[in-house]
Ligand binder design. Structure first.
Ligand SMILES: Cc1cc2nc3c(=O)[nH]c(=O)nc-3n(C[C@H](O)[C@H](O)[C@H](O)COP(=O)(O)O)c2cc1C
Length: 195
């Protein structure tokens, strides 16, 4: 069993990575394999609306100049998908938006190829705008027909400089609870009779 995390921050190993790792640590405690893709230093472009994915039906985007198809391959091989974005101007980052547009279009074209994977999104924020960012990822996961676990609050951690989120105790607890619920759900989906 494996969960792949996608960190769409422009800062490698920043607050979003810390929040994602807090979730992943709980999954690891439950024996689930994890991996993280960090998009810092990489650029994903948005959907070109070429609609080639609607014809090729090959589970890939026709735009092959960036790593979107590599990300798709890793997600297809995973049981769970964890998205992470900092809040940029009260929304997700441009890279997360591009990921949502293109992987969403490809998934839709291929009979919702990510459906019934367990999916969740987490957000780092300095002060305001986290909920639109959280909602953007939630709406994607929902449309992709993923199964979304809850937590003890919405999945938000507060901090500006790298490491600040470690001071947000409630945010960290929310990530831990999310990780525990995600592990529980992954095991139930794999084997409903298991306690
Ligand atoms: C371009 C840009 C836009 C931002 N917009 C917001 C915002 O709208 N609201 C907010 O509270 N913080 C905003 N921030 C702050 C980040 O969300 C915050 O520093 C976050 O912890 C960064 O996470 P990271 O370390 O994973 O990059 C912005 C930061 C940048 C670089």
């Amino acid at each position: 069993m494996k969960v792949i995390a996608l960190n769409a921050s422009a800062r490698k190993d920043g607050n979003t990575a810390i929040l994602l790792n807090t979730v992943l640590d709980e999954l690891k405690n439950e024996g689930i394999k994890t991996d993280m893709i960090q998009l810092a230093g990489k650029t994903l472009r948005g959907c070109t609306a070429c609609n080639k994915c609607m014809k090729t039906l090959d589970k890939h985007c026709a735009v092959k100049k960036d790593i979107l198809n590599d990300i798709i391959d890793q997600m297809l091989s995973a049981d769970g998908i964890l998205l992470g974005s900092p809040t940029y101007f009260s929304d997700v980052t441009a890279n997360m938006r591009a990921f949502i547009e293109r992987s969403g279009r490809v998934s839709r074209a291929n009979d919702y190829m990510l459906k019934r994977k367990v999916g969740a999104g987490v957000v780092a924020v300095r002060r305001a705008g986290a909920i639109p960012a959280f909602t953007g990822m939630f709406l994607y996961l929902h449309y992709m027909q993923m199964v979304i676990p809850g937590s003890s609050y919405w999945n938000v951690g507060i901090g500006r400089d790298i490491g600040d989120v470690l001071k947000d105790e409630e945010g960290l607890q929310t990530m831990k609870t999310l990780g525990q619920n995600m592990a529980w759900l992954l095991k139930k989906v794999a084997d409903p009779k298991k306690k």
